[in-house]
Design a protein around this ligand. Structure first.
Ligand code: KG4
Ligand code: ZN
Length: 341
């Protein structure tokens, strides 16, 4: 069963073809809009939607060509239904339904975060169920207990900014380019360890929730304190910020493993690319006698393959059926907990 996956919830247009029977990814293609949004310091929703329109069909042709398939070989069309930017979601969903209608193929709407939770299964070294997932992206920071496909328990989440958002806002305060995560991480390499201490929000909250807006305010206070902020001063702030965020993410992840008695931690979302976070989690998890899984970077960030995979797994588990219904709505806000069967 050949599943076409379409991702367009934010600033990446992703297409992929996944063989649901052979459980094999046949092709995937991605266009990132980062360069376009950089000039504005963040994602401009209307520009994102328009660019998805421009990129979609060439990417579809590309994956069909790479997989050596024709449009009629597609059995099911999966698209990100939410959460995300409404206009951007409408583009991918509109294309999915138009294609479905034209080809007479069923369509299935996928939750973007379920895609992220299952994307590690695309990696060379996939984890087995059950596991704890640390989902750290630009829009979300969540710890989830993934028992099997369709069974997700929210263990904790951010009460305000997401970890990636905190990186992006800190980057802005330090005069760095969008997207801020990689830029802050690069600058942090030049920071002096211990030169500055920033607060670890909710470290002792006794639960698995996070809060990062206070950390951003602490960065703002430091930036304002140092009127002529030199290069070293900026690097020290970047390092102190990264240390604080990594510390809280690692401590709460270990607490989540303890609470669930699981031995597998799977990290996904764009912030999962951060090497300081990877190093710390690796060390902490090893100390617990557990294992941490970092999917390859291409599966950490948004992509169409995770959407095709999630659709394929939901159908195989009998949780959902693709429908020949070509009317559609998108869900810019959509609680992942509502998917649990
Ligand atoms: O998962 P993702 O590609 O998109 C969604 O938000 O869905 O995550 C993007 C986020 C951005 O906030 C970006 O700054 C952050 O991931 N990010 C990083 C790194 N690479 C990307 N944050 C910290 N360190 C990195 N190396
Ligand atoms: Zn994402």
């Amino acid at each position: 069963m050949l599943v076409l996956g379409i991702e367009s919830s934010c600033d990446e247009t992703g297409f992929a073809l996944y063989d649901g029977v052979g459980k094999r990814l046949l092709a995937h293609a991605l266009h990132s809009q980062i360069d376009m949004h950089r000039a504005y310091g963040g994602v401009v929703p209307e520009l994102a939607s328009r660019d998805h329109i421009r990129r979609a069909l060439p990417l579809l042709e590309q994956v069909l060509g790479d997989a050596g398939c024709g449009k009629n070989d597609i059995d099911v069309i999966a698209h990100t239904r939410g959460p995300g930017l409404a206009g951007a979601l409408l583009v991918g969903s509109g294309i999915a339904h138009a294609l479905g209608f034209a080809l007479g193929k069923p369509v299935i709407g996928v939750h973007h975060l379920e895609g992220h939770l299952l994307s590690p299964l695309l990696s060379q070294d996939p984890p087995e169920f059950p596991f704890v997932a640390l989902l750290v992206s630009g829009g979300h920071t969540q710890l989830m207990h993934v028992k099997r496909v369709g069974q997700y328990e929210l263990l904790g989440e951010t009460l305000d900014d997401a970890a990636g958002e905190a990186f992006d806002k800190t980057a802005k305060l330090l005069g760095l380019d969008y997207p801020g995560g990689p830029a802050v991480a690069r600058l942090a390499e030049f920071g002096t360890p211990g030169a500055l201490q920033l607060p670890r929000p909710m470290r002792h909250s006794g639960n698995l929730d996070f809060s990062f807006s206070g950390l951003k305010t602490a960065v703002l206070t430091e930036v304002r304190k140092q009127t002529n902020l030199c290069e070293q001063g900026r690097a020290d702030i970047a390092l102190a910020f990264q240390d604080a965020i990594v510390d809280v993410l690692a401590l709460k992840s270990m607490a989540a493993l303890k609470a669930t008695r699981e031995h597998r931690l799977v990290v996904s979302g764009g912030v999962g690319a951060n090497s300081a976070l990877r190093k710390r989690l690796q060390a902490d998890v090893t100390k617990r006698g557990a294992r941490v899984y970092f999917p390859e970077l291409q599966w950490c960030t948004d992509n169409g393959a995770m959407i095709a995979l999630a659709a394929s797994m939901r159908m195989a588990a009998g949780i959902e059926r693709a429908a020949h219904d070509y009317s559609f709505t998108v869900k810019p806000r959509w609680d992942l907990g509502s998917l649990t069967t």
